[in-house]
Write a protein of this length. Structure first.
Length: 498
């Protein structure tokens, strides 16, 4: 096999984690090459499809301002609250049933703000999420659930910013070039074999390789194999290029499988969305205002507590619940009282929506649903609502139901104000949780717990952070933290080889 080039560090992937690794490796004095399987127009992986939401710890508005540029009026007039490292750690623990790896989690949480500030220093911009994470209370915006900030311009803006920075820093990104094998000498990783879109294979020598090439969510065969029955049928919310090749390469090199291999982040996603994500739509096929209404399945029955917690702490596991329903779909039903609370994704043109002036007519329009049973479910739900408790969208208001087999714990309103509207969703997978084991320095470890020399990893491919569920806005920031660490470690390793 011909060896075309030599670099200190090769980074596999060109999403958020990869580009952070590339910047940090260059900061560490390394020559860097980035390989990207996708063509330039589709680069940036899942990172490009995100809403850009990013959670980090801050104790006060000054710490928030290390990341987010805030005007004096915003500092004075907006209630951003605070989100301490302890709250962040607790949210990670609670969501993952306390299975998240303590070291990996603590490193990521305690480095969250500094890492985003470092990205800012590289030219990446941020904005406050007024449209998604704040509601007006007595004329003043109040943020809730610890999530305040997004990358400017969402995922598209983030990826544009990362790639503009790479161009400015003269870090080459080679598109339509997939890594397929890790090159190894005496147990050490010393480069990758790559293949171009037209099938030409060649070797690239490197003193260190960073795997930041996503999960296996795009690969139907791996989804069925690891996640189980019917996961091959779900829609993919993001890129078509995260085929689990990084997982395979790492396992072939002896890496330790780690984390929740049968688990994935999955949401309620428009029933008629295309098989893979659409970049122009981004994340807007999601339907995340279910907490202000009810969801019914084909039998016309509710199947989850829609108001169990803020959307941030339930949406990533409710896709799985939709997948378990007959026909793998559900309808979200709302009345007009809550129209002003519906998120922006309910206002796009590509949407599976029905509307009717009466509940009877609405029920008839819910394709695939037992209309009679559905009406009975709504009547039973309406009777059970605790109308004595005031509704408040920015706190867990305790306005729940009584006596239902499937309770609703918060934000329960009567469904009584026409016109009524409903939205069909199926399961959309976001990313897979299973990955490989890394050390605290992002070195990939083998099954004996020893670092594989020359191999580092970051982003979705890392196992051990997410189990069962996920606090919203943690994928990008965890990828950034470990991308930066992996790039720094890879450069240091490369230096030690000279
Ligand atoms: C619709 C949607 C909305 C989301 N919203 C948010 C949000 O608001 N906030 C948040 O924090 N997270 C969000 N996420 C999750 C987030 O996208 C991921 O956690 C994060 O982007 C993962 O980054 P990454 O760099 O590990 O992977 P990716 O960004 O997916 O990058 C992986 C890259 O590797 C490339 N690649 C794959 N295989 C190879 C190979 N063999 N050789 C070379 N290149 C390869 C891919 O083409 C891709 O560019 C969302 C995800 C989706 C799909």
């Amino acid at each position: 096999m011909k060896t075309v080039e030599k670099f200190d560090v090769v980074v596999v992937g060109a999403g958020n984690a990869a580009m952070c690794a590339a910047f940090a490796a260059q900061d560490g004095g390394a020559s860097v090459l980035v390989l990207e399987a996708a063509p330039e127009a589709e680069c940036g992986g899942n990172s490009a499809f995100t809403g850009g939401a990013t959670r980090f710890a801050f104790s006060n508005v000054e710490e928030l301002a290390e990341v987010l540029t805030l005007s004096d009026e915003e500092k004075r007039d907006v209630d951003f609250g605070q989100y301490t490292e302890e709250e962040f750690l607790e949210d990670m623990g609670r969501c993952t049933q306390y299975r998240c790896d303590p070291d990996l989690t603590e490193i990521f949480v305690r480095n969250s703000r500094q890492t985003l500030a470092w990205m800012k220093s590289k030219g990446i911009r941020f904005e406050a999420m007024y449209g998604r994470q704040a509601h007006k209370v007595n004329g003043k915006f109040k943020f809730f659930a610890g999530l305040v900030c997004a990358f400017w311009g969402a995922g598209a803006g983030l990826v544009k910013g990362l790639h503009e920075t790479a161009t400015r820093l003269k870090i080459p990104v080679r598109y339509e070039t997939s890594a397929i094998t890790l090159l190894r000498k005496k147990g050490c990783v010393c480069g990758v074999r790559a293949v171009t879109a037209n099938g030409e294979e060649y070797d690239i020598e490197a003193k260190a390789v960073v795997l930041a090439c996503g999960g296996f969510e795009s690969n139907a065969e791996m989804r069925a194999r690891y996640l189980g029955q019917n996961w091959d049928l779900v829609k993919v919310r993001g890129t078509r290029f995260n085929m689990g090749v990084g997982h395979r390469m790492a396992l072939d090199a002896g890496a330790m499988p780690f984390g929740h291999w049968s688990g994935a982040h999955a949401v309620g996603w428009d029933m008629n969305a295309p098989q893979y994500g659409e970049r122009e739509i981004g994340d807007l096929f999601q339907k995340h205002s279910y907490l202000f209404g009810i969801m019914v399945n084909a039998n016309g029955e509710r199947f989850v507590d829609e108001g169990a917690d803020f959307r941030n702490f339930t949406y990533a596991k409710y896709g799985v619940e939709v997948l378990k329903q007959p026909g793998m779909f559900a309808w979200q039903i709302f009345d007009s009282k809550i129209n002003h609370l519906l998120r922006e994704e309910y206002h796009i043109r590509k949407i599976t929506k029905v509307e009717a002036p009466t509940l009877e007519e609405l029920a008839q329009k819910l394709e695939g649903v037992d209309a009679e049973k559905c009406l009975a479910t709504i009547a039973e739900y309406n009777k059970a609502v605790r109308t004595d408790i005031p509704f408040n969208s920015v706190i867990k208001d305790g306005r729940g139901t009584t006596g239902l087999a499937v309770p609703k714990s918060n934000w329960a309103n009567l469904i009584d104000t026409p016109p009524y509207h409903a939205y069909a969703v199926t399961c959309g997978i976001t990313f897979t949780f299973g990955g490989i084991k890394i050390s605290n320095d992002a070195a990939v470890q083998n099954v004996s717990g020893t670092n594989i020399q020359g191999l580092f990893a970051a982003g979705e491919i890392v196992g051990g952070l997410f189990y069962f569920n996920y606090p919203s806005g943690t994928g990008l920031v965890s990828g950034a933290v470990y991308g930066r660490i992996a790039g720094t470690s890879a450069a240091a390793h490369a230096k030690s080889m000279t």
